[in-house]
Design a protein around this ligand. Structure first.
Ligand code: APR
Ligand code: PHB
Length: 389
């Protein structure tokens, strides 16, 4: 079998790329290890930058996110209960849209199925062959049969644990990583959000975040020890700890209820360079990971998709390889800025075990400077709503 582009991974990166290519008549086959329902069972951040919203509009998949998404023009930051507002719409002219990543993925799957684009689920042993040649191909097993797909290009959209990054020889790759000495305990509850904007809280007891999915589905996080397990936390203990970390007026308003999902995620910063090897292009979590603090995971995957989609479009429509030749350079320039913001924002809000009293004073001064200085607020806002592509 042959296709123009093989996309390994049916998460947000692969699906968005596939939909954009389809709209330009460029054929892509998505190979996904899991089932559609399994992929849609993942709970992930839901803050969409305007760049991602624009790509969803270009892909013809933005109708529900505009109907059901929440336009947020600002956010709340608190330090030991003292809360202040950052108005990123006033500072940048742009809002963000709060809309669950699961819904983004669902909309993309629905769109892909409606146009009859080919997705192969439950594939195993995907192997990339001859990526550094003009005739790459991919083999994989499905229902006990080995398949082969010859193609022009391969998009590695298979996430941090996928095979694409490993297909680039170690001698050709440079990897950069930072791990954080804590995790995020996240809980989903069918309760109304505590506030109409997100609340990022730094407290003596650690970080907390109040987010949402819809008018009756809230998402909360508290910083926890890496040795913790979700089962260590009863609902009562979770709500009690969350209340102790957020401003008192919010703690009083908080509507609690049974959590319908509880999980712990470690925090990591990671980048691999380059993001291209021959006719293989890495995209999204396959190439980079950010701590969730700035909600940049999906949004940075979207900027990769923007550069790769336009590079492939330029190749097929104009027979010009400039876009694919400069893909890695262009994508990484923005990836590193998202890594910086996510690392900085994590440092601003979390309590680190090795923090000295002086470090704590610096963190508090950083927050006070953000509270009091319009230039710092604008810099924060530009990063939060999304730097230009
Ligand atoms: N073969 C086929 N599919 C694979 C393989 C493989 N060897 N390995 C992983 N996959 C699939 C996974 O099952 C998953 O559905 O690739 C997909 C990768 O999706 P994500 O991990 O979501 O990565 P990405 O699409 O880049 O999304 C980036 O969205 O999911 C969030 O945390 C992620 O915020 C980040 C953003
Ligand atoms: C979420 O809603 O899951 C979320 C929102 C904002 C973040 C991180 C996670 O910065």
């Amino acid at each position: 079998m042959r296709t123009q582009v093989v996309i390994i991974g049916g998460g947000p990166s692969g699906l968005l790329l596939g939909q954009l290519l389809h709209r330009r008549g460029i054929e892509a086959v998505v190979l996904e290890r899991k089932t559609r329902d399994y992929v849609l069972g993942r709970i992930r951040a839901g803050v969409l930058e305007t760049g991602l919203v624009g790509l969803m509009e270009e892909a013809g998949v933005a109708e529900r996110l505009h109907r059901e998404g929440y336009v947020h023009e600002g956010t709340q930051i608190s330090l030991n209960g003292e809360m202040f507002h950052l108005d990123f719409k006033r500072l940048t002219g742009k809002p963000v849209i709060v809309y669950g990543q699961t819904e983004v993925t669902r909309d993309l799957y629905d769109a892909r199925e409606s146009v009859g684009a080919r997705t192969e689920f439950e594939v195993d042993h995907v192997v990339i062959h001859d990526a550094d040649s003009d005739h790459p191909f991919v083999t994989y097993d499905q229902h006990g049969q080995q398949q082969r797909l010859d193609c022009d290009f391969i998009a590695g959209c298979d996430g941090f644990h996928g095979v694409s990054r490993q297909a680039i020889p170690l001698s050709m790759r440079r990897e950069y990583e930072k791990t954080y000495p804590f995790g995020w305990l996240g809980a989903l509850s069918e309760t109304p959000p505590v506030h109409d904007e997100l609340i990022y809280a730094n407290s003596d007891r650690g970080f907390a975040l109040c987010s949402m999915r819809n008018a009756n589905l809230s998402r909360y996080y508290i910083q926890c020890a890496l040795s913790d397990h979700p089962g260590d936390w009863t609902d009562k203990a979770f709500w009690q700890e969350l209340r102790r970390r957020i401003p008192a007026e919010m703690a009083e308003k908080l509507v609690t209820g049974p959590t319908i999902e509880k999980s712990i995620a470690p925090l990591r910063s990671f980048v691999t360079e380059p993001m291209r090897w021959g006719r293989l292009f890495l995209c999204g979590d396959a190439a980079h990971i950010v701590p969730p603090t700035g909600a940049k995971g999906l949004n940075t995957a979207a900027s990769d998709v923007h550069y790769l989609y336009n590079g492939l479009r330029q190749f097929y429509e104009e027979r010009d390889s400039e876009g694919i030749d400069r893909y890695s350079e262009r994508a990484l320039l923005r990836v590193w800025k998202a890594e910086r913001f996510s690392w900085w924002f994590s440092g601003l809000l979390h309590r680190y075990p090795d923090q000295s009293p002086f470090d704590l004073k610096m963190q508090q001064a950083d927050i006070a400077f953000l509270r009091d200085n319009e230039a710092q607020q604008r810099a924060f806002a530009e990063n939060y709503v999304g730097l230009p592509y």
